[in-house]
Design a protein around this ligand. Structure first.
Ligand code: HEM
Length: 124
């Protein structure tokens, strides 16, 4: 138990030291996750495969979208990043653009939730 607490404390101290690059890494992970769900939604719609998973991907993307407004903190524009300086120079404009994505992802989620209810459950 004591060893567990020491390991936990060491882990927590890493959080305290979180820097801009850690923020960037996290943001890139979120983006890759969004990209993954988006890719799967397109594969399902185009290829007709795994249709039973459509709602899952749409919902996951909508949840991830809600995280996006918080992944651009001050100081996370410098490091190994492709993020444009305009994100921090024009915060109001950026906030609006992000909100559009959050809203659109929410609408996609809602749409497939309804669509899934109307559609007969796919046979295994
Ligand atoms: C308002 C919505 C979005 C904003 C503001 C945004 C912004 C960004 C930014 C700034 C980066 C560079 C991250 C960095 O290097 O620090 C990035 C990377 C990326 N974004 Fe987004 N993005 C949005 C939505 C999306 C969507 C809808 C997708 C997929 C369909 C997506 C997929 C990606 C991918 C795959 C990367 C590359 C991640 C990497 O560097 O490994 N993003 N995005």
């Amino acid at each position: 138990m004591r060893l567990f607490l020491v390991v936990l404390a060491l882990g927590m101290s890493q959080f305290a030291m979180a820097d801009g690059q850690a923020e960037i890494n996290y943001r890139q992970g979120i983006m890759l996750s969004i990209g993954g769900h988006m890719k799967d939604i397109v594969s399902i719609l185009k290829g007709g495969v795994h249709q039973q998973d459509l709602r899952f991907h749409a919902h996951a993307m909508a949840d991830l979208a809600k995280i996006v407004p918080g992944v651009f903190p001050a100081g996370s524009g410098e490091g190994k990043t492709d993020a444009l300086p305009a994100i921090w120079k024009k915060p109001d404009q950026f906030k609006q653009a992000v909100q559009k994505f959050v809203d659109a992802a929410g609408r996609v989620d809602k749409f497939f939730k309804k669509y899934g209810k109307k559609k007969a459950a796919p046979q295994a």
